[in-house]
Design a protein around this ligand. Structure first.
Ligand code: ATP
Ligand code: MG
Length: 383
């Protein structure tokens, strides 16, 4: 019978909490497999999926591969722990040329042969059938693995499919990711989900200055991110009143600096409303004027909960690589305007002094503007 073996990564290291991490991981695996029929079993620090329709094998492997906490998978044949059956099955996994070795793990000590001997027997049978093959125990091109379990069954497999690793989403607290339509913020969301954080998103738009397509693009990105975060809700906040007020009352070079502070305040309020403990942004040090240390200091100073910037030390190239890997890039580069592009100053301050920023900002009724923006929220649950 064809089965899928799932191995998990870092949660191996957990002591007393391991049950909690595992239960979240299992729930997440089940969530991505909700539309399939299968049997799920725990087997000694790994899971086994059986009795699925083989037509969906690739889809199931693909879905599980992207669940954070999963280290690797193998597609195996499960047979009775009987040498003849094991040899015949191993032949199905044997390459016809190149170098190979057989690797045996004998968890069932009742099996009447030491693992070295089993490997030698199976290897011999494979060689008999494939004269062009050579054994290489040190650096083989192919490995045929034999895993003799305690329950009288044996897994035979060759490939180990690498999965995303990380920690199960839901074990790392909850955060609000500031999701723009750009390349960086979806990658930032991915990075935090990878460490087990549950996420909700906030997006600021400036309708009618920004289009419905610009908003739809962000919802499309949220849907891509959801593949990894498993759940996604986006609070779409109207930013028009705030931008207009800043434009009218503050010197133009402070536009972006002050906008950022409003975004941060609103994101933090949304975090508190949703019992989230952190705000996440896609900032990377020095990438643009609003991401210098001084600019970040000015934005950060309005926050009272941790702000995570998982891309802070990444180059744009590195961010793009991840963006492509997670399937967000093509959507991110669609040419719709972001709210930050309206009233854009010709010469933004690159090193704002906090005291100057606070003075400029004092022309505004911050509390009322923030409350109005919060009242404008349209909440979109991504299906
Ligand atoms: P991105 O590629 O994520 O848009 P960026 O390089 O364009 O980032 P900025 O525009 O300076 O950089 O934005 C920095 C961060 O601020 C973004 O990564 C995002 O987390 C947040 N942000 C910017 N604009 C918005 C917006 N309209 N709605 C929500 N968050 C935003
Ligand atoms: Mg942007």
């Amino acid at each position: 019978m064809k089965v899928i073996i799932i191995r998990y990564g870092e949660i191996h290291l957990k002591g007393n909490n391991r049950d909690f991490f595992e239960s979240v991981l299992v729930a997440n695996i089940r969530k991505v497999l909700a539309e399939y029929k299968y049997e799920f079993a725990r087997s000694n620090a790994r899971y086994v999926i059986r009795s699925f329709d083989e037509m969906y094998l690739d889809e199931i492997v693909d879905a599980v591969k992207n669940v954070f906490g999963v280290h690797s998978l193998s597609i195996a044949e499960e047979v009775d722990s009987d040498l003849e059956q094991i040899c015949q099955t191993a032949l199905l996994f044997a390459p016809s040329s190149g170098t190979f070795k057989v690797n045996t793990n004998r968890a069932d000590k009742r099996f009447p042969m030491p693992s070295m001997k089993i490997s030698a027997e199976v290897g011999g049978v494979i060689l008999d059938h494939n004269p062009a093959l050579k054994v290489d125990l040190l650096n083989p091109q192919h490995t045929v693995s034999i895993d003799i379990r305690e329950n009288g069954k044996t897994f035979v497999f060759s490939q180990v499919i690498k999965a995303v690793n990380g920690m199960p989403v839901g074990t790392g607290g909850k955060g609000i990711v500031m999701l723009s339509g750009g390349i960086d913020s979806p990658v930032a969301a991915y990075m935090m989900a990878k460490r087990g954080m549950s996420l909700r998103a906030v997006h600021f738009h400036s309708f009618p200055y920004t289009s419905m397509q610009a908003k739809q693009k962000v919802l499309d990105l949220a849907k891509i991110v959801k593949k990894y975060t498993l759940r996604m809700t986006v609070d779409v906040v109207s930013f028009t009143e705030i931008q207009t007020a800043i434009h009218e009352k503050c010197p133009e070079e402070y536009m972006i600096t002050i906008m950022r502070r409003f975004m941060m305040r609103i994101a933090e309020r949304i975090a508190r409303m949703n019992s989230a403990g952190a705000v996440i942004t896609g900032e990377s040090l020095g990438q643009v004027a609003s991401q210098t240390l001084e600019s970040i200091t000015s934005t950060n100073s309005v926050a009272t909960i941790p702000v995570f910037r998982p891309l802070i030390g990444f180059d744009k190239d590195e961010i793009i690589e991840i963006s492509q890997k997670i399937g967000a890039f093509e959507t991110s580069i669609l040419p719709y305007e972001d709210c930050c592009t309206i009233f854009l100053p010709k010469r933004p301050v690159t090193k704002p002094r906090l005291s100057a920023v606070e003075k400029v900002e004092s022309a505004l009724d911050v509390e009322t503007l923030v409350n109005n923006a919060l009242n404008s929220i349209e909440t979109v649950v991504i299906e």
